[in-house]
Design a protein around this ligand. Structure first.
Ligand code: FE2
Length: 340
């Protein structure tokens, strides 16, 4: 298909001459004023415009400015037809977005060559743009797939923990959800909130390494059993350290049982020495432990849960994240933020 060219010149003889030079290779349309050019654009979009500058009523600059307001004309090349050698005219033309200039009287071969080069450039640029758009779409699709894969693998791993720990089904998902909410309210970006969520999902993954008899023991654990249970953060960290593509993923598992006052485990870290993500998960974990049903007890009343979090602020929990949790509890007037 040949390219469409619009010639705008009030001098009909000139327009006809240009038409005759180009008509064998292109689909050429002629109009004799800026207004007619704009009318033409209502029906058709050219791939190139040859635009006379000096025209009565609406000159080339004005016509050009109006043409560019149409989205489909934003990138269409426009070659100005100039009568004089005035460099100011050329400057003005470039400022309004002209691609090139051709001096009148027009030399047929110069015209043909300039037109051909301009159209080649235009086509090349469009092809490139199209290619970039295609590739960008593909990259976005790949990224989405990767994100889904991460979630699915996380869910599968979480499923493995939940299958083992019959008392706390759904615990990891709820902790992850609360932790993400705390992070969001604290000001984390959406991407960082996602990392908090995944880290939360996997915080108890180390329980895979704790014997079933201990995890599912109905009564109180003996001191030795409790010591074995307390190994789950370190086991979890060991498992997750192999995943290097998600930053800090092992952090939540490793330090979610640390306490702000330094009396937690496994390392007895305190205050800001406990990584932030672990401090967030610590509060979320405690909230879920109290607000969810266990086989041996119903969820604790919301007032009890609230006062326990408040009491733990600054001792067990980072006061900032405990404060955010308290606000979440206060906003949850019907105690619905649990066991979802
Ligand atoms: Fe834990």
């Amino acid at each position: 298909m040949s390219n469409r060219i619009l010639v705008v010149d009030d001098d009909a003889t000139m327009a006809r001459a240009i038409h005759s030079f180009l008509k064998d290779d292109y689909e050429v349309y002629m109009v004799t004023s800026g207004r007619n050019a704009l009318q033409f654009l209502e029906k058709k979009t050219p791939e190139l415009v040859l635009l006379d500058i000096k025209m009565p009523d609406m000159d080339g600059f004005e016509t050009m400015t109006e043409m560019r307001k149409r989205p489909e004309m934003e990138d269409v090349p426009v070659i100005f037809l100039t009568g004089d050698e005035d460099s100011e005219t050329e400057e003005h033309g470039l400022a309004v977005g002209a691609s090139d200039f051709i001096r009148k009287p027009v030399v047929p071969n110069v015209l043909k060559l300039r037109v051909r080069h301009m159209l080649e450039l235009y086509t090349l640029r469009n092809d490139l743009q199209h290619e970039v758009e295609l590739q960008t779409a593909e990259i976005i699709e790949q990224q989405e797939k990767l994100r889904q894969m991460t979630y699915q693998i996380t869910e599968a791993l979480t499923g493995a923990i939940d299958a083992k720990d019959t008392y706390t089904s759904g615990h990891s998902f709820r902790v992850a959800t609360y932790a993400r909410e705390i992070a969001g309210r604290f000001g984390y970006s959406t991407a960082d909130q996602e990392i908090v969520f995944i880290t939360g999902m996997l915080h108890d993954v180390g329980k895979i390494g704790v014997p079933n008899a201990i995890i599912n023991k109905p009564g109180k654990l003996t001191d030795e059993e409790y010591e074995v249970m307390k190994s789950h953060p370190a086991i979890g960290a060991q498992i997750l350290e192999k995943i290097t593509t998600i930053p800090h993923i092992a952090t939540g598992a490793h330090w979610h049982h640390e306490r702000y006052d330094g009396r937690g485990y496994p390392d007895g870290l305190s205050g800001k020495d406990i990584p932030e993500i672990a401090r967030i998960i610590g509060v979320a974990d405690a909230y879920d432990a109290m607000s969810s049903k266990r086989s041996y007890r119903d969820p604790l009343p919301q007032t009890v849960v609230r006062s326990e979090i408040e009491k733990g602020s600054g001792t067990q929990f980072d006061p900032v994240f405990a404060g955010i949790m308290l606000k979440m509890i206060d906003g949850d007037t019907e105690y619905k933020m649990r066991e979802f």
